[in-house]
Write a protein that binds this ligand. Structure first.
Ligand code: FEO
Length: 393
């Protein structure tokens, strides 16, 4: 059965508890939900976002099961198919309905789902659509996270549907968020993968939503926020410009030489009051790394040499960091080799767009010796001084 959010606003979403990974990239702890909302006005009925294609049949059936016999508008806040995938089937069920969206999303729906242009009503920023006693206002919000994204504000109820923004890959029995460590972790991982590259834009929309003083936030994944401050505060923190007094130590080590150096650095940092997170790039959960990237100010990556270059797992991590655009400001490398090659050059090139302050890397043949450990001491000192300069210590 649909769940009631408020009078004549229903939750028609579905939980996907079996989904173990999203975007084939970040593992999910608790599956995800695809949220769809139905707004019933005195004259017209609107559906806000639809359903992931896998559940289309069940989703379409749910309209009859819940007595929804008329849909006039299908609001597409975003063209990605976990929300738009059931639009063609919904148009088939309700042939008189019109899809309502912005021009960028309209193009996506035509190209990705073959929605006919004549079935789409294109709106502009702040345009309103009357459902009778309820009014929908559209706020075009490109960049959180596609260029086609918009929010739908239900004016009389002071509720905003934010699509992917402020969401979480998290399933729930009740529709409303109950703050917990688990929910926060899921929302943070989701932020890291989906929103962190657009932190600047996130800050802008958090401010905009705060100014509206909304009663509820209805995202398209995860629970509904009856206390919007909970998720807005978290986003404000995660999307901020300054990281924490935290060093990330992703590493891959074939014969333990690199890992021993990483462990030594972690110990030295700890002695100076700098926490660190060690992350095994081969066996680790990418979600844990993504979460750590939200907070870390310094990244020191450790890798063994494979043939004449870094281990492929190190490239993977460096590439991920380069596309997620974390708030880290300082970086370095530690590595060990057997017979030679270029261990750091290509990775440094890949990170160049992040404009990180790079501390002199440490490259060791085989095991670290006394002078190598002295270099690690110096690296720990430099990290301490830089964190101090940034006001983190
Ligand atoms: Fe949940 Fe961008 O789709």
């Amino acid at each position: 059965m649909y769940k009631k959010i408020k009078e004549n606003i229903l939750y028609a979403g579905m939980n996907d508890k079996d989904r173990l990974i999203f975007d084939e990239l970040i593992p999910l702890d608790k599956g995800t939900s695809y949220n769809s909302y139905i707004v019933i006005g005195s004259e017209k009925t609107a559906v806000i976002d639809t359903m992931y294609p896998k559940f289309t049949k069940e989703y379409i059936k749910s309209f009859d099961e819940n007595g929804i016999t008329k849909v006039d508008y299908i609001i597409a806040n975003h063209g990605e198919q976990d929300h738009s995938g059931s639009i063609p089937a919904l148009l088939e069920k309700f042939p008189n309905a019109m899809v309502v969206t912005n021009a960028v999303c309209a193009k996506n729906l035509q190209e990705m789902l073959l929605v006919p242009a004549e079935k789409i009503k294109i709106i502009t920023n702040n345009e309103e659509l009357s459902l009778g006693n309820k009014t929908l206002q559209f706020m075009i919000a490109p960049g959180v996270h596609w260029p086609d994204t918009m929010f739908t504000y239900i004016k009389e109820d002071n509720i905003i549907c934010t699509c992917d923004f402020l969401g979480a890959h998290y399933i729930f029995d009740d529709v409303f968020a109950v703050p917990s460590d688990d929910l926060e972790k899921s929302a943070k991982k989701y932020f890291a993968e989906i929103m962190m590259p657009f932190s600047f834009v996130c800050r802008k929309y958090v401010k905009q939503i705060r100014e509206l003083n909304v009663e509820m936030v209805l995202p398209s994944h995860g629970p509904v926020h009856k206390n919007p401050d909970y998720i807005l505060n978290l986003y404000e923190n995660w999307a901020g410009e300054q990281g924490k007094n935290l060093v990330l130590l992703p590493y891959v080590s074939m014969y333990k030489s690199t890992e021993e150096m990483i462990d030594y650095l972690a110990k030295k940092l700890d002695e100076k009051g700098i926490p660190s997170v060690k992350y095994d790039m081969v066996d680790g959960n990418l979600g844990d790394l993504a979460i750590a990237l939200v907070d870390g100010t310094t990244i020191v990556l450790g890798t063994s040499m494979v043939l004449a270059g870094p281990h492929p797992a190190a490239f993977n991590t460096v590439y991920l960091a380069s596309i997620l655009r974390p708030k880290a400001k300082i970086a370095s490398f530690i590595g060990s080799y057997g017979w030679g090659g270029d261990l750091f050059g290509k990775m440094a090139d890949m990170l160049a767009p992040l404009k990180l302050d790079v501390i002199e890397p440490i490259l060791v043949k085989g095991k670290a010796k006394a002078d190598d450990y002295a270099k690690i001491d110096k690296m720990a000192d430099e990290i301490f001084n830089k964190h101090k300069e940034l006001g983190l210590i």
